[in-house]
Each structure stands twice: as C-alpha cells, then as structure tokens.
Design a binder for this molecule. Structure first.
Ligand code: FMN
Length: 192
C-alpha cells in the first residue's frame, strides 16, 4: 500500500513576509476601519473597510495576530505605548502606518480601547481607525523616522522599544505635551 503524501496547504499571505513597495493607499474620510482582538492581540473581528484596505480576506485575518499588518517602518515605541495603555485599562489615540497585502501602506488615526466584562475585567480590545489629515502626517512621518533610527541601534526588540520610548518622551517633553495631546494638536477640527 502506498502512502499518499498530500502537499501541505500553501501558507496564507498573512503568514508570508510582505515587502513594502512604498506605494500609499488611503480610504474615505467617511469610512471607519474596525477590528477587535482577544487579549493577545489576535484578530476576532474585522469590518469590510479593513478587509478592503488591507487587501486580505476575512478567513486570512480572523485568528491572526494584529502584527500581520505591521509595517517595518513603524517605531516599536508606538506599539509599546499602545499596549501599555490598553493593558492598564486606558484608551489611546495613535497614528499608525499599516502594510497591505500587496506591499502598499496606509496611514490611520487609531482609537484603541479595552473591552470590559461586567466585573471590570478586560476581555479584549477594539480599534476604530479614521484617515488622518495630510497636515498631521507631515509632523508624524519625520518623528517616526527619528524614532526608528534610534531604535535601529539596538539588536533586541525590547531594547529598541525602550530606546524609542525614551526618545518619544524626550520629544514630547520639549513640546510640553502628552502623546494624547500631541495627537490632538495635529488633528484640529478644521485641519483636513
Ligand atoms: C486592538 C488592537 C489593534 C491593533 N492594531 C494594529 C494595527 O492596525 N497595526 C499594527 O501594526 N499593530 C496593531 N496592533 C498592535 C499589534 O498587536 C502589535 O503589537 C504590533 O503590530 C507590533 O508587532 P510586534 O510586537 O510583533 O513588533 C493592535 C493591537 C491591538 C490590541
């Protein structure tokens, strides 16, 4: 009796390393990209706008870590701030650049919040994202590039994130702002 060796299923694009192309894509000012995650940041829900803009199918997304759309040019310090905030029960607004399945990127202004059960325990996380203003990105892009270059001097991810965080805090101190205040100073109502 011969054994039939089935070819293993091809790895989904979600698991492959997508190379950034430098091409930017965007989405409508009236649209909201929504995802929910479990406590580990694995995606449990993705709306249609997210699927369209990221270029993945729902089956490729659900259950995957949110880092699957991480853009390599994003500073680690921003994700550290994000996780420190939501794990301590606080919401955060943050500018994030994401990587779509075809290597293009898109900027978002994300509002990430913990979801609580009736006893106040955190049961997951929720993110709503809107398209940021170009004006805000003119400030965010060079700042993130500076944080990335600080982080690039460290081999270990944890050291890079800490160095990036220190550089971010130093920058905010010169502005006299928290990250939250910084985000909103770049996003006035009439700034679009
Ligand atoms: C609700 C929620 C939404 C998130 N959204 C994104 C996102 O849009 N893009 C992203 O790169 N990381 C997002 N993250 C952070 C990722 O979990 C991860 O920390 C980040 O991609 C850095 O990945 P790394 O730690 O593997 O470098 C989100 C996390 C949570 C909890």
């Amino acid at each position: 009796m011969s054994l039939i060796h089935e070819t293993p299923p091809t790895r989904s694009r979600a698991r492959q390393r997508v190379q950034p192309t430098g091409v930017e894509r965007t989405f409508g000012a009236d649209e909201v990209i929504v995802t929910k995650t479990d406590l580990r940041g694995h995606i449990t829900y993705a709306n249609d706008v997210f699927l369209r803009v990221s270029g993945y199918g729902e089956c490729e997304m659900i259950g995957q870590p949110h880092s699957m759309i991480r853009h390599p040019h994003m500073p680690r310090a921003v994700f550290k701030l994000l996780w420190d905030s939501v794990q301590s029960g606080k919401e955060i607004f943050a500018y994030v650049m994401n990587l779509a399945s075809d290597g293009s990127h898109y900027w978002v202004l994300a509002h990430v919040t913990p979801s609580f059960d009736e006893r106040g325990g955190i049961v997951g996380y929720h993110s709503n994202r809107r398209v940021p203003t170009r004006k805000a990105l003119e400030t965010v892009i060079p700042l993130y590039a500076q944080l990335r270059s600080v982080e690039g001097g460290h081999a270990r991810a944890v050291d890079a994130a800490e160095a990036g965080q220190a550089a971010l805090e130093a920058h905010l101190e010169t502005l006299g702002q928290t990250y939250d205040e910084f985000v909103w100073s770049l996003n006035p109502e009439d700034g679009r």
